[in-house]
Ligand binder design. Structure first.
Ligand SMILES: *Cc1c(COP(=O)(O)O)cnc(C)c1O
Length: 285
């Protein structure tokens, strides 16, 4: 497996990252996970756009163009022979002696990327999963896909210890999102999800699913709902690059709807799968 570290492709046992990297000290950086289907990147432009937006929001300059980073991702796919899986890419504010404020003089941001082989979670996508509510103790800039993930790490661990795949985060009872996913409920044929604010990360999968709802004439309300309302939804699901459209059949031990994958959820999964087939076209360099 080849890794991309600071401008070079290297093998794992040869790669070298500074102990002074600000990602290591402060989580001072941003990242993306981009899905690969059949050897092709999915919604790559959206992901690279968001990477640059996240960098801008933390006042960090990425020393590459979107096209160059896209090329890095494509090379990782080709060199490592990835058919289905994903690309992980992160950018940190560089390596400098440990001081909280930005390095002076400025140092170049460090880009790291690698590829991972992985199948789609087809079994869970059919069966559905259980999730657990956890208080959302994260900061107030959840719109940035930042490397600072302690709030999500603790929430995900709490969920895992309860035998759940994901944490459903809430601020004073209002559901925001998952630890690494966006949450959706369906009630009387209407899809509900938290609006795009500083309290959630605007998922690319969320965007794709909302687009599919529009195409399928499924009404959507981008409106926050409470945990109690979540329990009472007819259907529930969460989305992310790797989870795709994941049906939730249990929240805090309570059965959602009839305890099986919902029919509208299944319809969106089918539409999503069709979208994958249509949109994973070769990106020209
Ligand atoms: C990445 C992430 C998501 C999902 O975004 P996708 O672009 O769909 O993968 C949702 N919430 C958080 C907190 C995330 O970090």
């Amino acid at each position: 497996m080849l890794y991309f570290v600071d401008g070079k492709f290297t093998k794992q046992d040869e790669l070298c990252i500074s102990i002074d990297d600000r990602g290591y000290y402060f989580g001072d950086g941003v990242y993306e996970v981009i899905k690969v289907y059949g050897g092709e990147l999915f919604t790559a432009e959206e992901h690279f756009n968001r990477l640059f937006q996240s960098a801008l929001k933390i006042k960090m300059t990425i020393p590459y163009s979107e096209q160059q980073l896209m090329d890095v991702a494509r090379q990782l796919i080709d060199q490592n022979g990835i058919e289905d899986g994903h690309i992980y890419m992160q950018v940190t504010r560089g390596a400098a002696p440990r001081q909280h404020h930005f390095p002076t003089p400025a140092v170049p941001a460090v880009v790291t990327a690698y590829s991972v082989n992985g199948e789609r979670p087809l079994s869970n996508m059919e069966k559905g999963v259980a999730i657990k509510s956890v208080a959302d103790i994260r900061w107030l800039r959840c719109d940035i896909k930042s490397l600072n993930l302690l709030g999500s790490v603790l929430a995900k661990e709490e969920a895992r210890e309860a035998g759940c795949t994901e944490a459903i985060l809430h601020r004073d009872g209002l559901v925001t999102e998952g630890a690494s996913t966006n949450m959706f409920g369906v009630k009387n044929g209407v899809v509900y999800t938290h609006p795009v604010t500083n309290l959630i990360l605007e998922g690319i999968t969320r965007q794709v699913v909302l687009g599919l709802c529009q195409e399928l004439n499924i009404p959507v309300q981008e409106q926050a709902f409470t945990l109690a309302e979540a329990y009472a939804m007819d259907e529930f699901f969460y989305t992310s690059t790797t989870a795709e459209v994941m049906p939730v059949t249990e929240i805090d031990g309570r059965q959602v709807g009839d305890g099986k994958r919902g029919s509208l959820t299944e319809k969106l999964q089918q539409a999503f799968t069709e979208r994958i087939a249509k949109k994973t076209v070769k990106n020209t360099i």
